[in-house]
Design a protein around this ligand. Structure first.
Ligand SMILES: Cc1cc2nc3c(=O)[nH]c(=O)nc-3n(C[C@H](O)[C@H](O)[C@H](O)COP(=O)(O)O)c2cc1C
Length: 317
């Protein structure tokens, strides 16, 4: 169980809040959101926190599968359920699949790549594999056509300006981004781009200039996609997080970089604009930018993570 919780700790999360809380009891793990690590202004419905917890859940399940453990998951994510999201029960041994072992290794390598995309177009086969990985976890990827990417860019610009104009949002960002992050949550200066990134769709206004040097390049070959699902409920947000994890691990193994972009989802008006880009297909949970991974090396040092003991409570009878 400890290995699963530790693997889950590597999951991506909005502003690196790591909003998951595990309760470990015999052969059971209970996953909840941690109210102390929610973003009251940026994410008032906890939608992005639940997406982040879904990614942590998928990481935990990969770790169990790579250890040869069969797990049964009961997802209980409902609004008003005191933040309880899922129960994982380990109930036997299974053969170890090479794919799980590869994914477990990739969990330690995956990172958010905020550099502009340079280089070639992504192979269509790779994009199909990434979309299939998301689909296998109950959410879908809609790849945007170039003219839709420009609509997304305009919506993102509006969302960034809307958030930047709110004092409460600025205060929350100051709390979670910048500095050396000795408490091991949030985004350190090293992970924040220095100045404005030359890109079609901006990421977010991190509120200050930082350490991550950005080369002169553009996102001409970037692919923008919307992660979406059939309904806009906490259970769908959890599944979206599991799909995000599956898609991102697959992308990393195929040398495709990933940048989640949540600002248009955070602002209700632009979330509606993104929903319209989907036609009648469903409800958007996150925008993703994909690109061919720059072979010149890592984009930024890995962001800090809380010690596992701070995310798990162990109980016995
Ligand atoms: C739901 C969600 C929303 C995110 N939104 C953004 C975003 O808008 N801009 C951004 O640069 N990174 C975004 N990220 C990436 C996180 O900042 C990143 O996962 C976290 O800082 C941990 O870093 P790592 O992914 O490199 O391990 C998001 C991640 C998640 C899971």
């Amino acid at each position: 169980m400890d290995d699963a919780v530790s693997a889950a700790g590597h999951a991506p999360s909005v502003l690196n809040t790591q909003p998951w809380h595990w309760r470990s009891h015999d052969d059971t793990l209970d996953l909840s959101v941690d109210p102390a690590r929610l973003l009251a202004v940026t994410d008032p419905d906890s939608r992005l926190a639940v997406v982040s917890c879904g990614a942590a859940l998928h990481h935990a399940l990969i770790s169990l599968a790579a250890g040869g453990w069969q797990a049964t998951v009961t997802r209980s994510a409902t609004a008003g359920h005191a933040g309880h999201l899922a129960t994982v029960r380990v109930d036997g041994r299974i053969p170890i699949e090479p794919e799980s072992v590869a994914h477990l290794r990739t969990i330690g390598l995956r990172y958010t790549d905020r550099r502009p995309i340079q280089g070639d177009h992504i192979d269509a086969d790779k994009l199909r594999s990434i979309a299939a990985a998301a689909e296998s976890q109950g959410a879908s990827l809609h790849l945007l056509r170039p003219h839709q990417a420009f609509e997304l860019a305009a919506a993102t610009d509006f969302a960034v300006r809307t958030e930047s104009g709110q004092a409460g949002w600025q205060a929350e960002l100051q709390q979670w981004a910048g500095g050396a992050r000795p408490r091991k949550t949030g985004l350190p200066d090293t992970a924040i781009p220095q100045g404005t990134t030359p890109t079609t769709v901006i990421s977010r206004d991190f509120g200050h200039r930082s350490d991550m040097v950005i080369a002169e390049a553009h996102d001409r070959t970037a692919i923008f996609a919307i992660l979406y699902g059939p309904e806009d409920r906490p259970l769908n947000w959890l599944r979206a997080g599991e799909a995000l994890s599956a898609a991102w691990l697959t992308a990393t193994e195929l040398d495709v970089s990933v940048l989640p972009l949540s600002v248009t989802i955070e602002v209700p008006d632009t979330r509606e604009t993104v929903r319209q880009l989907l036609g009648d297909a469903g409800h958007p949970f996150l925008v993703l930018r994909f690109g061919v991974l720059d072979p010149a090396g890592a984009g930024a040092p890995h962001t800090p993570r809380l010690p596992t003991d701070q995310t798990v409570e162990r109980t016995t009878d």
